[in-house]
Every structure is written in C-alpha cells, then in structure tokens.
Design a protein around this ligand. Sequence first.
Ligand code: NIG
Ligand code: ZN
Length: 409
Amino acid sequence: MNTTKTEQWDGLVLGASLATLDGTDGYGEIIDGALGWHDGRLSYVGPRAGLPDDPATLAREVIEADGWITPGLVDCHTHVVFAGDRAREFEQRLQGASYEDIARAGGGILSTVRAVREADEAELLRQSLPRAKALLADGAITLEIKSGYGLDFDNERKMLRVARQVGEILGITVRTTYLAAHALPPEFRDRPDAYIDAVVDWLPLLHAEGLVDAVDAFCEGIGFDPAQTRRVFEAARALGLPVKLHADQLSDLGGAGLVAEFNGLSADHIEYSSDAGIRAMAGSGAVAVLLPGAFHVLRETKLPPLDALREHGVPMAVATDCNPGTAPLLSLRQAMQLACTHFRLTPEQALRGATVHAARALGLQDRGVLRVGMRADFVQWQVGHPAELGYWLGGTLAASRYANGRRVG
Ligand SMILES: N=CN[C@@H](CCC(=O)O)C(=O)O
Ligand SMILES: [Zn+2]
C-alpha cells in the first residue's frame, strides 16, 4: 500500500478514477481509485483494491465518489483583484482601436488604475471576491494574484492586502505578485525612471509586511524597457524574491532572455519571443506561461513559438490572465480549452499546464500532482475522462473541491 501514515487519516475518497499526472507523460490514470489524506497531505493514492477489506476504519470521513479526481488546478497568472470593468474599451477595440492606441490615450490599464484608486479596501474586496470564487468553482485551488492597478504605494498595498484576504476567505492558497511596474501612472508622466525608483523603494516595505511572494513587470513598448525591468529584477533579487515577467507579448524586447538571466520562475505571454530567448529559458529552467485568453480576446495572430518551446523542452503552463482589459476570463478550464484550440496543446498537455507546470511557475513543489506527501489539493469532476476538461466550453464540471484536505466548494 502506497502510504506514509499508519494513524487514522482525516479523509478518504473511494471509487472515483484518478488522473494523478505523476510521471512525465500520460494522465497517470488509476481506475476505481482511492485518495486518502491526513494533516493536509495525501496519505494514499492508488487503487481502491489496494486498501484493506474494511477501508472505513482507515479514515474519520469516507466519501464514495464517481467521476474523476485531478490535482487542484493552479492559476499561475491572474489580475483578479481590480475594480470596474472595461467592456466599453472592448467595444472600441472591436470598432478598430488597438490595445496600444487605447493605452497611449490614457485608457487601458490606466482606466482600471483610476477605478482601483477610487475603491476603498472593502469595496475592492467586494468586487474581486466573486471573480476569485468563479475561478475556484471551476477548479482553481491555488491562485496567483498580481497588483499593478494601484501604481502608488497605498494602492499597490491595498491590492496586495485584498489578494491575501481573498485567500483567507476562500481557504485556498493565494500567491501575491508585486506588479507596480505595470504602467506609468499619470503623476510620473514622462518620468519613467523616477517611477522605477519609487517601485524599487516600495518593494522592501511591502515585502516587510508579508505582502509579496514574487515580482513581475510589463516589459513592453507601452510598459517598461529592459533596462527599467532589470532594475526591478535587481531589487527583487536583493530581497531574495523570485521574478516573473510579462514578456514579449506585443513585440520582442528580449524579455524571455531577461527572465532566464535572473533565473526567473516564468516568462508569460511570450508571443514574440525569439528562438534565442526560448533557448535561454530552457537553460535556466523557466516556465513558459501561455495566456490564450488574452491571445483570443485581442484577436492576436502571432502564435507563441510553440515548436521552439517543444523542441527545447520548456515546460508550458496555462493560466487565465483574468483581467479587465485583455482577458475577462473566469475559468481556468476555459483557458485550457483555448490553449488546445489556439495553441494545439492536447487536453493532457493543457491539464499538465494548469497543474504540474503552473505549480512550478509559482515555485511551488508541493502540489500539481496526486502523490503521497503532496498537499491534499484536489478536484472531483463529473466527467467520463479527464480529456473532457480541455474539451468542454463552459458548463459545470467540478463537483467538489479540496484545499489542504478541507472541502472548499
Ligand atoms: N499585458 C499586460 N497586462 C495584462 C493586461 C492588463 C490590462 O489590460 O488591464 C495582461 O497580462 O494581459
Ligand atoms: Zn497579465
């Protein structure tokens, strides 16, 4: 019996099939499986037939289930904390305005900055929580949440505090990412280097409050240049914080290579990354975070360098990028479907992208697969096969969700 515990477990699910994702390929299928856990960790992952005759004695709670159980999904790139929406901007884009035009005219990210600054902490939480709940409802048990719509100390802090509260209220893991280098706020107009000075100064203060798990930037023509990004990364490194990057989304500024140079966790978007950038990522072990929601909503045509990613063995994560501008997307499963449709990932690759590789993109080694000793984060789905998770558009497939061995929906 594949177990580490001899005392009575906290819980045991019997009867569902398991997609463990343990191993380098395949779903790791266990038909008619059993999953036991204790103290928030998996204590048994295997066939029901591998348990003693009377499994009810093994655990305090025994649950008969059907369908399939997968690791809890990990949404490794979201901007789910924000106020307002940008539906009117979406209309303008469909009438011909580009994302960059709107940004340069003071809309885009800056219009969400105005809305976030106007909302107090309680209001920001009130607006953000339903979005996080929707992501959880569709199986996301770990959420990364970025700041980046405050762009001053108090408002970046407010966003990060709300992100932490979301995790506490929902009982799930929230990893926070400091993204003050997302756009240039109006009070620093034409003074981007002075703004980067401020971004660098705020970081240790927010970190000292326990509000920052990683550091990100938007390295782009409408964001910050590589030299400015480098300064943000150096500040992160000085504090021992990992970096990730909105890299090469709209043009190739060498973002993928910069991530590799700083041993970053991930380069995200990367539609325009060069072959050299991808090779550098492969060398450093960085994850490529694919964001098919933004690709879809912006009606992009330039695909990420998928062949190069495959050829060089760069792990590909999939995330929602849930944000009001480019990805009003409230389902990681839907992002998986878009990754299959637009980027030709197989449903198995998309599921690995939203679990195993997404956990790695957050530097989390204790989740993403079902294996004894890993966190008891899992989702039970009403499906006949896990390939359906990357197949259906919409619908309600998740039947129960567990975080750290506790039911969270
Ligand atoms: N690219 C930059 N940041 C977000 C979009 C933010 C926004 O438009 O509000 C992204 O990941 O797509
Ligand atoms: Zn983003």
